[in-house]
Design a protein. Structure first.
Length: 761
């Protein structure tokens, strides 16, 4: 059980049981928030309460308050992968509801058929209807009556109150008409009508309404429960990705298979081809391709070798790896992703808070409206039956469940689908921000560019073979640790596969390197290094070097055996997908701005390659001044999104109206961002804004239809234009419609696939 020191504040999550509609969630939330030092949010769709409380309040106090309100509460068990036992638990939760639904449907269908088709009304049909309807109203409808009674004992009224009163009233009236009125007379018939008749009701029964409403609402509840289960499937799938067991390498070299939960930071473990990597770590032996598609949405495998980081739950698609654990348990990227998704699903948008406030007072208002309808009909000379039936229709049609489901179900599906694509949305407030932003500030290094020096071009003198240049220069630079040297060596290795070993290697500080490779005296470095050896660049190579420098690249000369042979251009390479991403951001109505600490020439060169004009380049900015740039843009009236990945981006990400952190970046940047892009592809930012906007649009359409439904249906019911059974079917459909509309988010597709660009769906 969670505890905390007196006076301190902590957060706890509670699983709430017994809630059947949005009014229930509103009641629990209201009771918890009345406690001193407690701030709570209760989500009907996820059946969870997120509670912040002071150390003076224990978790036991919170649970006791919920139970005193008429519901159950408990702390959730640690997340476990969903196995057969978990599936059986889910089946157990749905089985009673399914059994009651099957009973209600089987018995209510003939009752409805006899009431609707006069040809089926044989001499004693009404008594058969009573026999079939009684189990539906009592056994199948028992959860509604039980919840209504529990709420009544606590002085509250919920949707169950409306259903219970409505069905019992219709059933009770039918009993009165059968035993004390004329409805029990052999051969009695009456036609089924969509509207309510105003005649004498002593011979009318409403068993089809009592049984039909119960069956329709049970059907709505059952499919709603199943849909909510589907809506949360992405989060459960995320939790299920992790490996269950791991092969631990002991200091003596022996192997031991242990549960992943037993791993400690610093442990080394073996990952064979086809196995999942057990936890976040660093490769210490072996090289392989790692499939990270389940976390990033990117299907192309990533090559890893000693020193490269790997993420838990990704799959080793190639060779044998030995990994040293760097993060375990709740600190892993998978756990952090799941936590971010779950926190987002538990939140509420501003529009939903308004809906919750309406739902909280809705039921008492509806009961008052039903009584008013009863009095109005009686006052206008209608029969007690007609007045009573109109009042029952009002009770049944006025379901606030759709209002309560509008935001949570859309968030469940939208954030879950985002997680599948490597996009983590921190909360519903973020959705509003994505709609407002008009400017996106892009940090250059690591966001638009790769963040590492790369060999971009080789310009050779006449008669010089490029492969020979790369072989000699790459061999010499391979012995150096300088970033530019590493870029040249890596570029040579990528093209040639292997390099010779240099002799007499020497580093010339600030200028370059020199040495002997395969009997050739080789120089690689700046022009000043050549000058010291009395060498001059040919005119065509000098021009190539100047062009490279003008484009913001570093020009490196290569000479051997007393002759300058080539000029290499090295720079922080632009990511292949960045230009597509910039075009995608513009298509969303955003103005991209490139922000960097590099000089203006380098910045404008990168901007040209990705399609950003020089007027939208802000260069030579110190790391600590990035937040000031965001403030200045906001002062100009812009709503600013910021995309970054480094520690020096964290403040700007937090200051921006919308912060998008590259998941390949630092923890500080990820914590400061509102949206986290798990894969290091800037195009994910386009998809992040698209799915966030679409989720917000779904929430708004859900709320519109939920409000419109109640506004339109209540007057129809009060005017006697809806038979109670039709009202029950319409009410059940409204909840199913909201959930179904939200489930459409599962079909969201990224703007680009991994293998080929394609239009957005």
């Amino acid at each position: 059980m969670t505890t905390t020191a007196p006076g301190a504040t902590t957060e706890v999550e509670l699983l709430i049981g017994g809630m059947t509609c949005a009014s229930c969630a509103a009641r629990v939330e209201k009771k918890l928030n009345r406690m001193d030092g407690v701030t709570a949010t209760v989500n009907y769709a996820t059946e969870k309460a997120k509670v912040s409380h002071s150390g003076d309040v224990s978790v036991g106090d919170l649970i006791a308050t919920v139970e005193a309100t008429g519901y159950t509460a408990r702390e959730p068990e640690p997340p476990q992968p969903e196995g057969d036992g978990e599936r059986e638990l889910v089946d157990d939760e749905l089985r009673p509801l399914r059994q009651r639904l099957v009973t209600a449907a089987a018995l209510a269908v003939p009752v409805i058929a006899m009431a609707m088709v006069p040809a089926l009304q044989f001499e004693y049909w009404q008594w058969l209807s009573l026999t079939l309807a009684a189990p539906v109203v009592t056994y199948a409808g028992w959860p509604f009556h039980q919840a209504a009674w529990t709420n009544a004992r606590h002085g509250a009224a919920t949707m169950d109150t409306l259903i219970s009163i409505g069905t019992l009233a219709a059933f009770g009236w039918s009993l009165w008409a059968l035993f004390l009125g004329t409805a029990g007379t052999p051969g009695m018939t009456h036609p089924f009508e969509l509207t309510i008749a105003r005649g004498d009701g002593s011979g009318s029964i409403y068993l089809e309404a009592a049984a039909g409403v119960t069956a329709f609402i049970l059907a709505g509840r059952y499919f709603e429960a199943r849909s909510k289960r589907k809506a949360g499937a992405a989060l459960r799938a995320l939790l299920e990705l992790g490996a269950k067991n791991v092969t631990l390498l002991r200091p003596d070299g022996s192997e031991l298979t242990v549960p992943t939960a037993d791993l400690q930071v610093g442990d080394r473990f073996l990952v064979r081809p086809g196995e999942k990597i057990a936890t976040d770590g660093t490769v210490v032996e072996g090289s392989s391709a790692v499939d990270a598609s389940m976390l990033t949405g990117e299907s192309l495998p990533v090559e890893v070798s000693p020193g490269d980081p790997v993420t838990g739950a990704t799959v080793n698609a190639g060779g044998r790896l030995v990994v040293e654990a760097s993060r375990i348990g709740a600190d892993t990227q998978l756990s952090r992703m799941a936590r971010l998704v779950e926190d987002a699903q538990n939140g509420k948008a501003a529009a939903q808070r308004l809906a919750d406030r309406i739902s909280a007072v809705f039921v008492p208002v509806v009961i008052a409206l039903a009584l008013g309808t009863l009095g109005f009909w009686l006052g206008n000379g209608a029969s007690l039956t007609a007045a009573f039936t109109a009042a029952v229709a009002v009770l049944i049609i006025a379901c606030p469940c759709a209002l309560g489901l509008a935001t949570p179900t859309a968030l469940l599906v939208g954030t879950g689908r985002g997680a599948q694509l490597g996009i983590l949305i921190k909360g519903p407030e973020v959705l509003e921000s994505t709609r407002r932003v008009d400017t996106v500030v892009l940090d250059k290094t690591g966001t638009v560019t790769t963040g590492r020096m790369t060999l971009l071009s080789v310009r050779t003198a006449d008669g010089t073979d490029e492969a020979e240049v790369l072989r000699l220069a790459g061999a010499l630079e391979h012995a150096s640790e300088h970033p530019i040297a590493r870029a040249i060596a890596d570029g040579a290795l990528e093209k040639l596969g292997s390099l010779p070993t240099p002799e007499d290697f020497a580093n010339v500080p600030g200028l370059g390197v020199q040495g002997v490779v395969d009997g050739h005296a080789v120089l690689v470095g700046r022009e000043r290094l050549l000058t010291e050896w009395a060498l001059e660049l040919p005119e065509d190579l000098r021009r190539a070097g100047a062009e490279a420098e003008a484009a913001g690249r570093t020009a490196v000369a290569v000479a051997w055996d007393g002759e300058v042979r080539a000029v290499l251009a090295v720079a922080d390479a632009v990511k292949e997908t960045s230009a597509d991403a910039i075009a995608g951001l513009r298509a969303l109505g955003l103005t991209p701005i490139l922000l960097t600490g590099d000089n203006r020439a380098v910045a404008e060169s990168v901007a040209r390659q990705v399609g950003i004009g020089p007027e939208d380049v802000i260069a030579e900015v110190l790391p600590e001044d990035k937040v000031d740039v965001v403030k200045r843009l906001q002062a100009e009236g812009r709503s600013v999104a910021m995309v970054g990945d480094g520690v020096n981006d964290a403040a700007a990400l937090a200051r921006a109206d919308l912060g998008l952190a590259m998941g390949t970046g630092t923890d500080a940047a990820i914590e400061a961002g509102d949206l986290t892009l798990v894969r290091g592809d800037l195009r994910a930012a386009v998809d992040a804004i698209r799915i966030a906007r679409r989720t917000l649009g779904t929430i708004r359409s859900n709320l519109f239809w939920a409000f419109a439904y109640n506004v339109a249906a209540l007057p129809l019911a009060a005017a006697g234009l809806l038979n109670p059974m039709i009202a029950g079917a319409a009410m059940a459909f409204s909840s199913v419609f909201v959930v179904g509309n939200s489930l459409r988010l599962r079909t969201f597709h990224p703007t680009y696939s991994s293998h080929a660009d394609r239009p957005a769906d």
